[in-house]
Design a protein around this ligand. Structure first.
Ligand code: HSE
Length: 433
C-alpha cells in the first residue's frame, strides 16, 4: 500500500526532493515498510525540466490544481515559495484533506498558525522542517527532541548568504560589495540579495523557531531586524582586537519582562562555538532550563540538504496516513502564553561597539565622550588602528553595559556632528556564550 505524493514547484528544492525520492526509493521503502510514490509534479515550465531517471510514469502539469485535486495524491509538497500562489496551493490542499509538506519560511512565519489551524480542522498535517536551516532538523528537535525542556535562550546563524559574506570579509579583508558580487557568482546570493543581506530571510526563520521554542504566536514584525550592509573589513580588525568576531546573529532570549527578539550584526566572542560557523553554513544554539546547552550545525540551504528535510517530512506524514495520526505537537502556540510577550529591543542592556568614521581634527573623542557621559554611558575602550587618510578615519568606542535606549539617544545626538563621514554604526557585544 503506497502513499501518493504530488509536488508543486520543481525549482532548486523541489527537484532535490524529487531526486532523493527517486534515487533513494529502495531505502525509503525499507524504512517505511511501504513505498512513497510521486504521482504528479507541477512547474510553470515543466516541459523544459529534466526529471530524474525513474520518473517516466510521473504526470507533469503546469496547473497546481491538478496536483492538489489528484485522486491518488495523499500529500502535497509546496516548494514554489513566496506568499501569493503558495497560500492558495496550501489552503486548497488542506481543504481537500491532503497533508502538506512545505519549505516556505516566509509564508509559515506570516500565516503558519492560521494554516496549522486549517490543517487541524481538516484532520491532516502541515510540516515545515525545510523552512528553516534546510539541512538541520531543528523543527524535530524543538517539537520532539527537547520538547520537555523550557527554552531560555536560542541563538542562530540562519542565513547562509550573510554568513558567507561576513566570513569572506573576515578572511580576505575585501570590501562588502566585492564579496557580495562573489556570493552572487557562486549562486549563494540572489540577483536581488536584499532578503538575505537585510536580514528578512533570517527574520522569517527566527519567527518560526521562536514560536516553536517559546510556544508563542509571533510574527516577523515582532523582531527587531538589521542587515549587514554597513559592515566594513575594519570592523573585523577592531572586533579581533577585542577577541570578538561579527555574525548576523538571530537571538531569542527569555527575560523577566518578556521575550527579546532580534536579527542584527553583533559582536560575539571568538571563543564562542557560533564564531566557528563559517561560509554558507547555519547553526542553532539552544539553552534549556533543564537540559542546558545543545548545538545544531549543518547546511542551511541547497537542493539536496533541503530535499532531505522535505523527504523526511514526507516519511513522517506517510507513517501517520498509514498507521493513524497520533496527537501532534503544534509548531505554533494555540494562544499566547503571555510569559513570552515580545519586548522592544531598546530595553536590552549590553555593552555596545560604536564605530565612527571621521574627518580628523582635535577634540573629537572629547566631544563624543561628553555626549556619552550625558546619557550615562560609560566608555570601556577606545580603539584606533593606524591609518593614513585623515579625511576618513575609522575608530571605535566600546561601552560598559548600557541600555540600548540610551545608546540610541546618544547616537541620535552625535549623528549630525560636522566631523562625521557617516552616521555612527552600532552593534551589541553579546557575551552570554
Ligand atoms: N537564502 C537563504 C540563505 C537560503 O542564504 O540562507 C534559503 O533559506
Amino acid at each position: 500500500m503506497e502513499v501518493g505524493v504530488g509536488i508543486v514547484g520543481i525549482g532548486n528544492v523541489g527537484s532535490g526532493a524529487l531526486q532523493i525520492l527517486t534515487e533513494n526509493a529502495k531505502s525509503i521503502t525499507e524504512k517505511l515498510g511501504f513505498p512513497l510514490r510521486v504521482k504528479v509534479v507541477c512547474s510553470r515550465n515543466i516541459r523544459a525540466k529534466k526529471l530524474p531517471a525513474g520518473c517516466s510514469e510521473v504526470t507533469r502539469t503546469t496547473d497546481w490544481q491538478d496536483v492538489v485535486r489528484h485522486p491518488e495524491v495523499d500529500v502535497v509538497v509546496e516548494t514554489i515559495g513566496g506568499t501569493a500562489t503558495a497560500s492558495h496551493v496550501i489552503e486548497t490542499a488542506l481543504r481537500e484533506r491532503k497533508s502538506v509538506v512545505t519549505a516556505n519560511k516566509e509564508l509559515m512565519a506570516l500565516r503558519g498558525a492560521d494554516l496549522w489551524a486549517l490543517a487541524n480542522q481538516n484532520g491532516v498535517n502541515l510540516t515545515m522542517e525545510a523552512s528553516v536551516a534546510g539541512g538541520i532538523p531543528i523543527h524535530t528537535v524543538l517539537r520532539e527532541g527537547i520538547a520537555g525542556d523550557r527554552v531560555v535562550e536560542l541563538y542562530g546563524i540562519l542565513n547562509g548568504t550573510s554568513n558567507f559574506i561576513l566570513t569572506e570579509i573576515e578572511k580576505s579583508n575585501a570590501a562588502f560589495d566585492s564579496v557580495l558580487a562573489e556570493a552572487q557568482q557562486l549562486g549563494y546570493a540572489e540577483a536581488d540579495p536584499s532578503a538575505d543581506i537585510d536580514g528578512l530571510d533570517a527574520r522569517s526563520k527566527l519567527a518560526i523557531l521562536a514560536a516553536l521554542a517559546f510556544g508563542e504566536k509571533l510574527t516577523p514584525n515582532d523582531i527587531y531586524t538589521e542587515g549587514i550592509r554597513r559592515i566594513m573589513p575594519v570592523d573585523f580588525q577592531y572586533a579581533h582586537q577585542l577577541q570578538y568576531t561579527i555574525r548576523l546573529l538571530c537571538l531569542a532570549r527569555q527575560t523577566e519582562e518578556g521575550l527579546l527578539l532580534s536579527v542584527r550584526p553583533s559582536l560575539i566572542p571568538q571563543a564562542a562555538i557560533l564564531a566557528h560557523v563559517k561560509g554558507a553554513y547555519n547553526a542553532i544554539w539552544i539553552r534549556g532550563q533543564y537540559g542546558e546547552d545543545t548545538f545544531y550545525y549543518g547546511r542551511g540551504a541547497g537542493s539536496k540538504p533541503t530535499g532531505v528535510a522535505i523527504v523526511s517530512d514526507l516519511m513522517r506524514v506517510a507513517r501517520e496516513i498509514r498507521f493513524g495520526s497520533p496527537e501532534r505537537v503544534s509548531p505554533f502556540a494555540h494562544e499566547r502564553l503571555g510569559d513570552y510577550k515580545p519586548l522592544k529591543v531598546p530595553i536590552q542592556k549590553a555593552p555596545y561597539y560604536l564605530r565612527f568614521r571621521v574627518e580628523d581634527k582635535a577634540g573629537i573623542i572629547a566631544a563624543l565622550a561628553t555626549i556619552l557621559a550625558k546619557h550615562n554611558i560609560g566608555i570601556d575602550a577606545v580603539l584606533q588602528l593606524p591609518r593614513e587618510d585623515w579625511r576618513d578615519l575609522p575608530f571605535v568606542i566600546t561601552t560598559e553595559p548600557a541600555q540600548e535606549q540610551a545608546i540610541r539617544e546618544a547616537v541620535f545626538e552625535i549623528r549630525d556632528a560636522e566631523f562625521l563621514v557617516e552616521p555612527p554604526f552600532v552593534m551589541p557585544m553579546e557575551r552570554g556564550f
